[in-house]
Design a protein around this ligand. Structure first.
Ligand code: NAP
Length: 281
């Protein structure tokens, strides 16, 4: 008997903006896999019912996006170490016994993209500054720690959140007051904006890049727009820059591998396809 197609999807509310179907459908076609990837609009009150229904439907698993990542971490039956540390799950894999296993691939996406865009960059090469203390910042900080960053300086408008992040993750994390930003940037080898400042419809990040060394790399996790005011400023100063779209592409790769059995590439062609879709709104 022929096997039925493998099915996966993404759960979020709202879900229409998600680029995940575009990515996974591209890979299904590229690797000639008999499968499907669907957007599931799931309201907050229905998350557990939706997740528990996956096994019965024979669905291989799903991605999880805003606003469900933290709640999914509480619902799944097992979590890997990174999901445990994040307290957030963006990848669910249905196990052969029907139980749900949760993981988090955002940090993988961040580091893989850094390595792909800046092959000479190494986390261990110097202090990193991470701006923000939300979910994206948590993923970036954990990934930098795992990659061997010797020191991570945390900068957040509301400093208690950065202090909580430092206490949760441990390691060489040093929260800085926003008023001490200049000192935090001195001697840094990497600056990452992991806030929503600079996103379309939001004010730009109010941070002077003057103290950064000329060798520093400036990265933004935002990908709408691709060139944020921060990246434009960094490029005008001759600093190396990395935009947020690559992180989005790379974080999707382990999900595809978990459900469909092939680790896909984040190729320039795929990037161009997603860039085009972003341009279309
Ligand atoms: P979040 O949990 O809501 O956290 C937002 C953070 O931004 C907080 O630290 C907040 O500071 C800070 N912030 C907001 N406006 C600011 C401003 N004007 N100046 C300084 N700081 C400001 O959001 P998130 O989930 O971490 O997402 C953050 C961004 O990352 C979003 O734009 C999201 O699209 C992007 N993202 C990208 C990827 C990717 O794959 N490229 C993956 C995940 C997220 P306070 O604590 O002081 O409020």
């Amino acid at each position: 008997m022929k096997h039925p197609p493998r099915i996966a999807g993404v759960i979020g509310w709202p879900i229409a903006h998600s680029r995940s179907p575009l990515l996974h459908r591209y890979w299904l076609e590229q690797y000639h896999i008999d499968g499907a990837y669907l957007p599931f609009a799931v309201t907050p009150g229905r998350l557990e019912t939706a997740l528990r229904g996956l096994a019965g439907l024979g669905v291989a698993g799903c991605n999880v996006t805003i606003p469900h990542k933290e709640e999914t971490a509480r619902i799944v039956d097992t979590r890997d170490a990174i999901a445990e540390r994040m307290g957030a799950v963006n990848l669910v894999v249905v196990q052969p016994d029907g139980s749900l296993h949760g993981s988090n691939t955002d940090g993988f996406g961040f580091i893989e993209n850094m390595r792909a865009c800046r092959p000479s960059w190494q986390a261990a090469s110097g202090p990193a500054v991470v701006v923000g203390a939300g979910g994206a910042a948590r993923s970036v900080v954990a990934a930098l720690l795992d990659a061997g960053a010797p020191e991570i300086r945390l900068l957040n408008r509301r400093s208690p959140r950065a202090e909580r992040l430092a206490a949760d993750l441990g390691g060489p994390l040093i929260p800085h007051e926003w008023s001490a930003a200049a000192g935090a940037l001195e001697g840094a080898s990497l600056l990452v904006n992991a806030t929503s400042a600079g996103m379309e419809g939001h004010p730009a990040l109010d941070l002077s890049l003057d103290p950064l060394p000329a060798s520093a790399v400036v990265c933004d996790v935002i990908y709408t727009p691709l060139e944020t005011p921060l990246l434009r400023d960094a490029a005008a100063r001759g600093l190396a820059t990395v935009d947020g779209l690559g992180m989005l592409l790379h974080q999707a790769r382990p999900s595809f591998a978990a459900w469909f059995g092939v680790m896909p590439d984040a190729s320039p062609e795929l990037r161009a396809l997603v860039e085009k879709s972003l341009g279309e709104g």
